[in-house]
Design a protein around this ligand. Structure first.
Ligand code: CO
Length: 222
């Protein structure tokens, strides 16, 4: 048992023991075999939001999805954290699918649209501000704040997936013919559903066409 008497903390250890017991009885040998190696087929880049847990959303067990999460699922060209995780996923684990998953109701996106100050995170969210500025004409053409919010969630996922495609990690992997597809998706907090944004890139020379196609889809969504 943990030394702390804090009930909120102690709860985690009871939950953990119950989960271990349940997993051992449902899948004998599960932990022993998983400890040998991980071979996930998927790399999930998502928001840190507690309501968007990667494994649960796509109903995959431990060992099946490699995960990177940060505020507003951003993958800047120079972020060592995101790029290192991406590089490990691609070069070492050899995942086959990379998903950037935005979500509706994202607090980071909302802060940018409202021009609200949160603190240090405002600097990080500047990357979402860049996405907003790039698509200001599209966003300004929308009828209301809710639609603008939803659209910026989608545009941000698309732009971050596009950034991943342009990274040296993906460019090098594709150059050596590694099978690897980059997808952009958005998750609905209200219905639990994952939506594909029409950006599914498996070859470097199709990045621009896929980006234009996905953007067209978002323009027509109204
Ligand atoms: Co979020």
């Amino acid at each position: 048992m943990p030394s702390s008497q804090d009930p909120d903390y102690a709860l985690l250890f009871r939950n953990n023991q119950r989960w271990v017991d349940r997993t051992n009885s449902n899948k004998p040998g599960f932990f022993q075999s998983l400890a040998q190696q991980q071979a996930p087929k998927y790399f999930w880049v998502g928001c840190s939001d507690s309501r968007v847990p990667a494994n649960e959303v796509i109903d995959l067990a431990p060992g099946e999805v490699f995960v990177h999460r940060n505020v507003a699922n951003v993958v800047p060209h120079s972020d060592l954290n995101a790029l290192s995780t991406l590089q490990f996923a691609v070069d070492v684990l050899r995942v086959e699918h990379i998903l950037v998953v935005g979500h509706y109701g994202c607090g980071g996106i909302k802060a940018v649209l409202d021009n609200a100050r949160v603190g240090l995170a405002d600097n990080w969210l500047g990357h979402v501000g860049d996405v907003m500025e790039r698509h200001l004409t599209l966003l300004d053409s929308l009828p209301d704040a809710q639609t603008r919010h939803d659209r910026l969630c989608e545009l941000n996922a698309l732009e971050q997936a596009h950034n991943i495609c342009r990274s040296t990690v993906l460019q090098d992997a594709w150059a050596r013919n590694q099978r690897l597809t980059v997808h952009a998706c958005v998750y609905g907090l209200k219905d639990g559903l994952l939506h594909d944004l029409g950006f599914n890139v498996r070859e470097p020379h199709t990045v621009i066409a896929h980006y234009a196609h996905a953007l067209d889809g978002l323009r027509q969504a109204g």
